[in-house]
Design a protein around this ligand. Structure first.
Ligand code: NAD
Ligand code: UFG
Length: 337
């Protein structure tokens, strides 16, 4: 298939391009490089032997996007492009709604105008909000989101559902990711956010490399194994493989579906910290702080639907995730230094 990948130079998008190319698909990337680097194209080429076609286009630029559709005959779309910082979305909500919703609507309009029928959308476990019992099941629907970022994911799922109801040829799969971490085993692709990371593993990774001196653990009084928050971590390479299966599924299916993509297992903050200590071979300092507002105690996926519809199951575990994350950090430091 010839697949348009929006946000394809980003963290999850770049890993997905590698898996798509490896499976023989042709990839065309659209990204405005807001949160990624053009060098990613060379890295994808170094891993796969193929440099994807690239357009530096903002999905808010409808004409630019339309040109991309005119110049390429796509079979399918994987839509990653968007802003993703939960805290920032509370400070600049309109910017988030504009980028993640108006940008997506531009894309869906181009899809309709150019008769591209299949799309996979990056949704998030955040749409379950604080409303449901674990494991989170797709049939719960959507809960009350606690921040504008989460609301943009919820709205996109609803928009795609309505789009499918009105256009019987369209197939839209919203993948609800749990917590993607890790990096490509080559050490060439991964996530190294600028500044102080918001998310757990990028933060621990900077403690491991000495850029930060300790981890702040947000709360140790939850009703969990050791009092710290529990999440369902998934290796980004497994997540990328789920996209290949999802886009193939979208081709043989019509209508809207939402599917969880997680491991089905939860790990506490301290369990992840200890797994990372094993990967980097040293003790990592931490301090317990107050709970982070908006956090829930426990989140993990019911993975049955992914198994049934996509024949997808994770292959990599928490040790692989920490090992590959640390390998990427060390390799990036060497390249910078
Ligand atoms: P990322 O920031 O690394 O990748 C997103 C890419 O989209 C970046 O390369 C960015 O430059 C591009 N982009 C942003 N706005 C754009 C625009 N207007 N036009 C063109 N390109 C634009 O993020 P990621 O972690 O790879 O996440 C990919 C998708 O998955 C996002 O939609 C995110 O919300 C969703 N998601 C991520 C997580 C996570 O924990 N990483 C969890 C759930 C869902
Ligand atoms: N945590 C710490 N210290 C930190 C960072 C996080 O103790 O410095 C804890 C959090 O309190 C939580 C766990 O580590 O218990 C995981 O936190 P993350 O910020 O890594 O991930 P979240 O589960 O809060 O959210 C992430 C993404 C969201 C996405 C959600 C579900 O940030 O965008 O996963 O996919 F919606």
């Amino acid at each position: 298939m010839r697949i348009l990948v929006t946000g394809g130079t980003g963290y999850i998008g770049s890993h997905t391009c590698v898996e798509l190319i490896t499976k023989g698909h042709e990839v065309v990337i659209v990204d405005n490089l807001y949160n990624s680097n053009i060098d990613v194209l060379d890295k994808i080429e170094a891993i796969t032997g193929v440099k994807p076609k690239f357009y530096e286009v903002d999905i808010l630029d409808k004409e630019g996007l339309d040109r991309v559709f005119k110049e390429n005959d796509f079979d399918a779309i994987i839509h990653f492009a968007g802003y993703k910082a939960v805290g920032e979305s509370c400070v600049i909500p309109l910017t988030y709604y504009k980028n993640n919703i108006s940008g997506s609507i531009n894309l869906y309009e181009c899809m309709a105008a150019h008769h591209v029928d299949n799309i996979v959308f990056s949704s998030s476990a955040t749409v379950y909000g604080d409303n449901f019992e674990v494991p989170f099941k797709e049939e719960y629907g959507q809960g009350d989101t606690t921040n504008p970022y989460g609301t943009t994911k919820k709205f996109n799922e609803i928009i795609l559902e309505d789009f499918c109801k009105a256009n019987k040829d369209i197939s839209a799969v919203s993948l609800r990711y749990f917590n993607p971490i890790g990096a490509h085993p080559s050490g060439l692709l991964g996530e190294d956010p600028k500044g102080i990371p918001n998310n757990l593993v990028p933060y621990i990774a900077k403690v491991a490399t000495g850029e930060l001196d300790h981890l702040n653990v947000f709360g140790d009084d939850y009703d969990t194994i050791d009092g710290t928050g529990v999440r369902d971590y998934i290796h980004v390479v497994d997540l990328a493989k789920a996209h290949v299966k999802a886009i193939e599924y979208a081709q043989r299916h019509k209508g809207a579906e939402v599917i969880n993509v997680g491991s089905g297992k939860g790990y506490s903050v301290l369990e992840v910290l200890h797994a990372y200590e094993k990967a980097c071979g040293k003790k990592l300092a931490y301090e317990v702080k107050d709970r982070r507002p908006g956090d829930i105690a426990v989140s993990y996926a019911d993975t049955k639907k992914a198994k049934e519809l996509l024949d997808f199951e994770v292959e990599l575990d928490i040790e692989d995730m920490c090992r590959d994350s640390y390998n990427f950090m060390i390799k990036s430091q060497k390249n910078e230094g």
